[in-house]
Each structure stands twice: as structure tokens, then as C-alpha cells.
Design a protein around this ligand. Structure first.
Ligand code: 7RM
Length: 654
């Protein structure tokens, strides 16, 4: 965060609904009551190293025990110092001894309806073979491997193979351009790239290998490329550099021992874009990362042996890393992986998959919930969703209206919802209800996970009173914290540990209510200063979305001579609604009624789509430029649909 952190944020949202866990859910849950949560939380607070050390012993396999749980030289942490382990061993080998051997590890559904199931034994064999393939191409412990693939099982195999031999993977989401791919490959100096000839998406075929070819024209570190055949796309194979996955796998031995790796060995780099400047390579290591991913998966998703779990994220984002692959396989769960989009071939696709596989636990993003709710409940109503027992959300604040739709229409009013707050940098979930223990409030990520010390503070690092907005910080190191920015410890220190003295600053604004529940108010960069009040965007957006005709809203500040900042709202309507001036007036009045005149939008613009990142987050920075009539500068490589910006600008002239 380069911007100076300013003063408190005014909160205007009032949400009073409370949903207590049903007693039959609590009875079977890992953490069964608020009292049990409090006991764990207090235990961890009193003795964090004892708490995490005990869990590391009970939940993970170590080749060699650690000497010290935590070495903390702020802001640099080492967890489980001197211990050796292996992430792939914990996700695969240790399950082969017992009844999980022939249990589904990955249940894969292709966009076109094809499917594959890999048992733990199958996955172990494929991973071992691919580990040997990587070795045969000269990949050694500590080398970086770039992975640029569609959501197919080979993606999981490739990442686990890297983990098995101690190569550090850098997964680049398949929607990125050749230039974005090149920059990420170069920053990490990857030696090898794993890709595919293409993938299926939104009913069409995307290409991937051609983008790698283009990237490699200016990426001298790469020696070879391995290509999975997924589509009928024509590709050009460069002799001596490019190899087909199946050709190499054919001859590979299925015997490859998992390397004993130091607990602090870098497991992966994942690039996250800053608002300006080049993307940051967030570095996660081995033991601490796996511990947090494993324990949060187990307690927050309340994993049981017989569950079928589905997270709809792409593995190219941190959510896919931690909650499709590592956290789930470490727990021996059956994790469903879907190749395509929610609306192909029709808006019932997610619900059809839940019915087909009898999914029990479903984890998705508010953007998907809002988009699917806009298409109407006739789609989910066509399918039997009664297998669901737990729902989750991640990625953005969930508006209370979207929460209620998810609860009623998808969860049938009976499933707890875990609203999980975390970041690429945190590696694992930090704030979330434990579903059998914590009563939920729509729109709140509730309380910190045991062992996580979170607070809302002012610029000076002092806790702010209840219901006063401030900066969300983590005050103690945690096992899955990012260790550094790849080859840039200075940027690590400046970005996360400098604005507020002594603590990790998340970049998010938040408030705690009188019950200690956290309410995320959005990125601090998005906060609007209206007539001297600092308002988060989230609360105004929630007020707009609570109107029956509104599907989605994004609110930004625009320069205003009198107020300093005027509130500018971009609004997407429910299907079938017509945009007109009368509705603009109605919505302005609605916001005034819901949260007060201070938050009344000065301008409303209707739009069919909002600019979003490829992982579904609204890019308010770009909307701010449009509202101010400015040209957009800074990184737009994460933008999902470039035509949205042009359309929003055209409307400007109309
Ligand atoms: C997991 C992920 C991180 C940013 C974070 C927040 C926002 C994520 C929630 C949320 C409100 C949530 N990693 N965010 N989860 N805001 N409630 N439950 O999304 O690095 O891509 O993004 O996402 O602003 O700082 S991420």
C-alpha cells in the first residue's frame, strides 16, 4: 500500500438478522459450540506456538520433526524450523495405507459433460510418473515451473508433481494474455512450462499453446514445454523444446519417492496484481502453508469422510490452490473440479452438477451468486439440491440480499453459510464462521479462526471502538502467511508491514460490531471521502442491491467541486427490468431510506456489465476513471472483458 493510510471510515450499514447453527448440524460438527470455539481461540491466544505445534503433529506427516515452531524476526517468519515434510506425500501417499486408497480424490467434470474420476491411488501414480517426467527434463529441487492450463486433471497432477520433487510452481490463470504470461515467467525465471493445446470455455474453444509460444519469444529462462492434448486445436511443436504430455508419460516410471523438503522450502509463487506497477510474486512455503490449509479446510468446511466437496474457483487463483487441491486432498476428501463456466450450456449448469454428484459442500463467489440469482430461481428449482449441507463464499463482501438468496434458494434454508475472508497473501482463510459453532449474520465474515489475531485499527495501530470503520490488520504471524514477495523482500516489507506499525495490513477496511463480528467494507483504496465522511463502497452497494429490481451495483467516488467527492453508482438490473430516470430516482430514495442521506448516490448509470477481474472482483479503480472522465492507466491485464470499458465510456457520450 503506497497510499497513506488515513483516518477512520464511517459505517452506515445496519444488518440485524442472526442465523444460529441448527442443533443437528452442531452435533455432528468438528467444532460443536460457541464455547468450544472460544476454548480453542483462547488456548491459541495464550500459547500460539503450542496450539499450532500440536496441530502440526496431529494433522500432518513429517519426515523429520521440527526444532522450533516459530522463528519470528519481523516481518520475516519461519514455521516449524528444521522440520522436513512433503506436501504431495501428505496429499497422496499417506492415504494409500487405509480405506482411502480407492476413494475418489478428484471428480472431474468437463464443460461438455465428459467426466473422469481419479482415486487417491490413480492420482498418486500419475503424479509420480509426471514427477519423473519433470526430472527427465532437468527440473531440480528449487527450480520454477510455470503452469498455464485449463481446468483439467493434468493441472492438478502437474502441481502435485512439482510439490513432490520440490520444484516451485507458478500457476498462471489460463485467461491471461501472452504478455502477462511472459512477465510472470520472466519474474520467476521458470525453467519449464506445462500447458495444453487449448481448453473449452463458454461453449467455445480457447487456445493456450500459441500464447506460450509468443511469451517464450522473450522468456530466455525456459528450456522446455510440455503440452497436454485437450482440444482439436492445431499447434506447432518446436523440435527439442516442446513435448506432448502423453508421449513423455508413456515411458515414465510410476516410482518416485517424495523428497523430504525443509518446512520453509518454497511450494509456490502466485502473482497478484497491484493497482499499479508490476504484479507481485507472493511466495508460500511448505509446512506452515499446508498446516493452515489443512486445518481451515477441516473445521470451516466441516469435512467428513463421505463428503463430496465442490469449490468452483479456478486453480489459477489462490482459492483453487488451497481449497480445491492442497487443503482438501490433505484431508483425504473427494474434491470436485469443473472445467467450465456456470452458464454453459444454460444457467442451470452448477445446479445440475450438484444434483449429478450429490454434492454436500459448495464453495463459490458472490459474483457467481449475484449473476445466477439474476437469472431467476427457475434454474435451481429444476434440480434436486437436497444433498447440500454447507455453503461457502469467498472473494468479495457478499451483500446481505445475495446471502439471503443463497441461503433460501440454494441452501433450502437449512445449510449454514461460511463467509470466508482471506487473501492470496494469507494463504488460508482468516475470518469465517465455524459452521456448527458460530451464529451467522448476512454479510459478515464473523470471527477470526483460532490462532489468528485480527483487529480493526486506526492509522496509529490503535484498536477502534465497536462499529467504527478502520483498517483490517493481523497482529501476529500465522503459519500460511506469505513469506516474501519473490526476490523482493523490500516490496514485501513496504506493501504489508509499513503503513501501520508492527502489524500486517491487509489493505481492506472493516468494522467490528458489538459482538466482535467483522464486517469487511472493501479495499481501502476504494473508500470515498464524501463531505468529510469516509464511506466504504460495500455498504452503498448493498443498499442498492437490496432493491428488488437491482442485480448488482458498483459504487465509486467522483471528483465534485462542492462535496469533494460525489457518489457515482453503476447499476445492473434484474433481467426484464427497464432502465429509466424514474428508476434512478427511486433507487436514490431507496438508499437514503436504507442507510441515510449521506450515502445517497449523486449519479446512477445503468449498465449490462461491470468491469471485473478474471476471478470476478469488481474493478472499481477503472470505474473511478470513467466517473471522473479520465483515461485509465495502470495494470488492466486482469480485466475479464475489455469491451465492458469501451461500452461504459460510450454511454458517457450518449
Ligand atoms: C481469497 C481471495 C483478496 C481480497 C481481500 C478482500 C476480498 C476476499 C472476502 C473479501 C469480503 C470476503 N484472495 N475478499 N474474501 N471481502 N468478504 N469473504 O479472494 O487475493 O484474490 O483477494 O478479496 O478485499 O483483500 S485474493
Amino acid at each position: 500500500m503506497s497510499k497513506e493510510v488515513e483516518e477512520e471510515i464511517t459505517s452506515v450499514l445496519h444488518e440485524n438478522r442472526l442465523f444460529k447453527p441448527a442443533s443437528d448440524f452442531s452435533k455432528q460438527a468438528h467444532i460443536k459450540s460457541r464455547a468450544a470455539y472460544t476454548r480453542l481461540y483462547k488456548k491459541a491466544e495464550k500459547d500460539p506456538e503450542g496450539f499450532w505445534g500440536d496441530l502440526a503433529k496431529s494433522e500432518l506427516h513429517w519426515f523429520k520433526p521440527w526444532k522450533k515452531v516459530l522463528h519470528w524476526k519481523p516481518p520475516f517468519a519461519k514455521w516449524f524450523v528444521g522440520g522436513t515434510t512433503n506436501v504431495a506425500y501428505n496429499c497422496l501417499d499417506r492415504h494409500l495405507e487405509g480405506p482411502r486408497k480407492n476413494k475418489a480424490a478428484i471428480i472431474w467434470e468437463g464443460e461438455r459433460g465428459d467426466s473422469r474420476t481419479l482415486t487417491y491411488q490413480d492420482l498418486h501414480r500419475e503424479v509420480s510418473k509426471f514427477s519423473n517426467v519433470l526430472k527427465s527434463k532437468g527440473v531440480k529441487k528449487g527450480d520454477r515451473v510455470a503452469i498455464y492450463m485449463p481446468m483439467i486433471p493434468e493441472l492438478a497432477i502437474a502441481m502435485l508433481a512439482c510439490a513432490r520433487i520440490g520444484a516451485t510452481h507458478s500457476i498462471i490463470f489460463g485467461g491471461f494474455s501472452a504478455a502477462a504470461l511472459r512477465d510472470r515467467i520472466n519474474d520467476a525465471e521458470a525453467k519449464l512450462v506445462v500447458t495444453a493445446d487449448g481448453g473449452y470455455r463458454k461453449g467455445g474453444v480457447i487456445t493456450l499453446k500459441d500464447k506460450v509460444d509468443e511469451a517464450l519469444e522473450e522468456a530466455p529462462s525456459v528450456e522446455s514445454m510440455i503440452v497436454v492434448k485437450r482440444t482439436e486445436n492445431d499447434v506447432v511443436m518446436k523440435v527439442g523444446r516442446d513435448f506432448w504430455w502423453t508421449d513423455l508419460m508413456k515411458g515414465a516410471s510410476a516410482d518416485c519417492k517424495a523428497t523430504a523438503l525443509d518446512s520453509e522450502h518454497p511450494l509456490f509463487i502466485l502473482y497478484t496484481s497491484g493497482t499499479t506497477g508490476k504484479p507481485k510474486g507472493v511466495v508460500h512455503t511448505t509446512g506452515g502453508y499446508l498446516l493452515s490449509a489443512t486445518v481451515t479446510s477441516k473445521w470451516i468446511f466441516d469435512l467428513k469422510e463421505e463428503d463430496t466437496y465442490w469449490c468452483t474457483a479456478d486453480i489459477g487463483w489462490v482459492t483453487g490452490h488451497s481449497y480445491i487441491i492442497y487443503g482438501m486432498l490433505s484431508n483425504g476428501v473427494s474434491s470436485l473440479m469443473y472445467e467450465g463456466v456456470p452458464t454453459y450450456p444454460d444457467p442451470g449448469r452448477f445446479w445440475e452438477i450438484i444434483e449429478k454428484y450429490r454434492v454436500n459442500i459448495f464453495y463459490t463467489a458472490p459474483t457467481a451468486i449475484r449473476a445466477l440469482s439474476k437469472l431467476g430461481k427457475q434454474w435451481p428449482k429444476k434440480y434436486d439440491l437436497s444433498s447440500l449441507r454447507l455453503l461457502g463464499t469467498v472473494g468479495e463482501p457478499i451483500n446481505p440480499e445475495a446471502w439471503m438468496w443463497y441461503h433460501k434458494v440454494i441452501g433450502g434454508g437449512k445449510c449454514p453459510i461460511v463467509d470466508t475472508w482471506w487473501q492470496t497473501e494469507t494463504g488460508a482463510i482468516m475470518l469465517s464462521p465455524l459452521p456448527g459453532a458460530i451464529a451467522t449474520k448476512p454479510g459478515s465474515a464473523t470471527l477470526p479462526f483460532p490462532g489468528i489475531s485480527a483487529d480493526v485499527v486506526n492509522k496509529a495501530g490503535k484498536s477502534v471502538p465497536a462499529n467504527v470503520g478502520g483498517y483490517l490488520v493481523i497482529t501476529r504471524p500465522w503459519p500460511s502467511m506469505l513469506r516474501t514477495v519473490w526476490r523482493n523482500p523490500k516490496r514485501y516489507k513496504e506493501t504489508y508491514w509499513s503503513d501501520i506499525p508492527g502489524v500486517y495490513f491487509s489493505g481492506d477496511g472493516a468494522r467490528k460490531d458489538k459482538d466482535g463480528y467483522f464486517w469487511i467494507m472493501g479495499r481501502v483504496d476504494d473508500v470515498m471521502n464524501v463531505s468529510g465522511h469516509r464511506l466504504g463502497t460495500m455498504e452503498v452497494e448493498s443498499a442498492l442491491v437490496s432493491h428488488a429490481k437491482v442485480s448488482e451495483a458498483a459504487v465509486v467516488g467522483a471528483p465534485d467541486e462542492i462535496k469533494g467527492t460525489a457518489i457515482f453508482a453503476f447499476v445492473t438490473l434484474e433481467s426484464g427490468q427497464t432502465a429509466n430516470d424514474a428508476l434512478k430516482k427511486t433507487l436514490k430514495t431507496h438508499v437514503t431510506k436504507e442507510i441515510g442521506a449521506i450515502a445517497r448516490p449523486d449519479q446512477i448509470r445503468f449498465t449490462d456489465n461491470l468491469p471485473k477481474t478474471r476471478s470476478g472482483k469488481i474493478m472499481r479503480r477503472l470505474l473511478r476513471d470513467i466517473a471522473a472522465g479520465r483515461e485509465s492507466i495502470g495494470d488492466t491485464s486482469t480485466l475479464e472483458d475489455y469491451t465492458v470499458l469501451a461500452k461504459l465510456r460510450d454511454d458517457d457520450e450518449a
